[in-house]
Design a protein around this ligand. Structure first.
Ligand code: N01
Length: 540
């Protein structure tokens, strides 16, 4: 039994996950005076940062110090970030520090997988069972199980026969992986592959990149932070927090008022050139606000990046294969640290799977249709995740009348506000389908969703409600709102993990709330109207 395992117990709140959201949930609900118990399969806190330890993993958003908790000003005072795009290990060290400072570990049971989550209508409580034999009950369940935590595994002929080392970027080993003297194939050119490839190429004998979709990637613009930067960030912290809350993506930037269509093509290209030099997410934060909605604006940015790829990658044939043909931004924008330059190395080879598909794996190679056999010692799967809904469906809670989430979520991930589901009373999702999730600064988003849930719990207690769940009508209206916003953009036109296209058999539709900050206004408004859209049951 892992330390801290206690087998039975009755809690106010059980939290599934000990990553960024789960950690904050432990803190927040404990501060409210509620008893809490969290479970995580990892051996310590960190969630996504615990699992994704692949070479090159680093914050690839607007960066440190804004990818952090905002609930404690002490953290801002005490923690020194070294770079604007912190390495994964530094983010993990920060999360470990937070766990120690707020003594979070005492309420998180590690190396424990939640296997059963079942509602009992008679007691209005959930029973939670784990692989360690724990069986506890809770009034409220928080699914902080991660939007990107169930790995997507490819299923090519013979892949099981490959006898070399195989690693998935989303579940990278704790022990050091050596690339020295090895021939490595990397499958996947999303954010993880694009971060890992240049790092692996620096050491390995040979890297074969197996690319299914060519991607747009922008310079990360990572730089070291000086003591002066840190002090300035501390001085501006109050103002920064306010800006983050006001910004549609939760970042300390002013809203972007420039529309590409108001400028000539020459002016736009000059603007992009400036942003390319700065790097990071400035392309999206300070680019043009119509790139996601106007085909012309989108083409202008796409062409600029295609031009940059041709400029950097010396071999024209390789550059051709690297040309993305979807609308820029409609797959998750990627920040790169030497990815394009990696193709100028002699030891990096690109296989375009659209032209030269994988036929099979053998014991020691991958065989593709036209270029034939590529001998390899190691296969790195950077093939992403069954995102947003995948881990929730794996948990498969059973709600009222024994109805399972798998029964409810066949064609659509029905829910209200991306947090609650009909027939699953008092169960809450963090970063679930129907919420902004990955389209928002995720630690801040988790804090804000948890704040809303905490107030909802207080409302239930004050009014003698034992259980609350959304109505079918409110779920339908919410689903239509999410679709309505997405359909006004170019996002649903591209196959991506946002649309579920990367996983065979998954419902194909855009399930994230694209309204950004508007989401938080919407959920506040629903709360202000005494939680309109819910049905309540008196405490039994
Ligand atoms: O996963 P992905 P990821 N055969 O799904 C390909 C976040 N993140 O782990 O595009 C061959 O983006 C697939 O091809 P296609 C971030 O939000 C954050 O890279 O589906 N190829 C694609 O190229 C990101 O968006 C950080 O055609 C196959 C790749 O594998 C999200 O996590 C860092 C295949 C998967 O790309 C996921 O990123 C990293 C197959 N059978 C990630 N199946 C930060 O630093 C899939 N592919 C914060």
């Amino acid at each position: 039994m892992p330390s801290g395992s206690e087998q039975t117990g009755n809690y106010d709140v059980v939290i599934i996950g000990g990553g960024v959201s789960g950690m904050y949930a432990v803190h927040h609900f404990r501060e409210m005076g509620l008893s809490v118990r969290a479970y995580d399969g990892a051996s310590d806190v960190g969630g996504t940062w615990w699992y994704n330890r692949y070479p090159g993993a680093r914050v690839d958003g607007p960066g440190s110090p804004y990818y952090c908790f905002t609930f404690s000003d002490d953290l801002m005072e005490e923690w020194d970030w070294d770079e604007t795009q912190s390495e994964g290990k530094d983010v993990l060290a920060y999360l470990e520090y937070v766990a120690s400072k707020f003594d979070l570990r005492k309420d998180i049971q590690f190396e424990t997988w939640v296997e059963d989550v079942e509602y009992d209508e008679a007691t209005q409580r959930w029973t939670i069972g784990t692989n360690r034999g724990d069986r506890v009950t809770a009034r409220f369940v928080i699914c902080a199980s991660g939007a990107l935590s169930t790995q997507n595994m490819p299923n090519y002929e013979g892949i099981q026969d490959f006898a070399g080392e195989v690693y998935h970027t989303g579940n990278w080993p704790r022990e050091e992986v050596s690339f020295e003297g090895k021939r490595v194939a990397v499958m996947g050119t999303g954010s993880s592959g694009i971060q890992a490839i240049p790092e692996i190429a620096k050491i390995a004998d040979h890297v074969t990149v197996l690319q299914r979709t060519a991607q747009f990637a922008f310079p990360a613009g990572n730089r070291s932070l000086t003591e002066e930067d840190r002090q300035n960030a501390r001085k501006a912290w109050e103002e920064t927090k306010a800006m983050m809350v006001a910004h549609p993506g939760g970042f300390p930037h002013k809203g972007n008022e420039l529309a590409a269509l108001d400028f000539t093509e020459e002016e736009r290209q000059a603007h992009f050139e400036k942003l390319w030099k700065i790097g990071s997410f400035h392309f999206f934060l300070n680019g043009y606000n119509d790139v996601a909605t106007s085909e012309e604006a989108n083409a202008s940015m796409s062409n600029f990046v295609r031009g940059k790829i041709r400029e950097i990658v010396k071999d024209p044939e390789t550059a051709d294969k690297l040309m993305p043909d979807h609308y820029v931004m409609t797959k998750r924008p990627i920040l790169e640290n030497g990815y394009w330059h990696a193709y100028n190395r002699d030891n990096v080879e690109l296989v375009d799977l659209r032209e030269d598909g994988i036929e099979r794996f053998t014991e020691n190679s991958v065989v593709t249709a036209t270029s034939g056999e590529h001998p390899i010692d190691m296969l790195v799967l950077a093939t992403g995740f069954d995102a947003i809904s995948g881990t929730l469906l794996k948990l498969n809670p059973k709600g009222r009348g024994g109805v399972s989430l798998k029964d409810r979520w066949t064609e659509r991930f029905h829910n209200f506000m991306g947090m609650t589901i009909k027939d699953f009373p008092n169960l809450f999702m963090i970063h679930g389908p129907g919420s902004p999730g990955v389209f928002y600064n995720m630690p801040l988003g988790a804090e804000r969703q948890m704040g809303w849930i905490g107030e909802f719990i207080q409302f239930l207690e004050k009014n003698g409600h034992g259980a609350a769940e959304p109505t079918a009508e409110s779920e339908e209206a919410w689903g239509n709102e999410v679709q309505g916003i997405a359909n006004a953009t170019l996002f649903p036109k591209t196959d991506s993990w946002w649309t579920g296209a990367n996983v065979e058999g998954k419902p194909r539709y855009f399930s994230a709330y694209l309204g950004g900050g508007i989401y938080y206004m919407r959920i506040a408004d629903i709360a202000a109207r005494d939680y309109d859209g819910y049905t309540f049951e008196p405490t039994k």
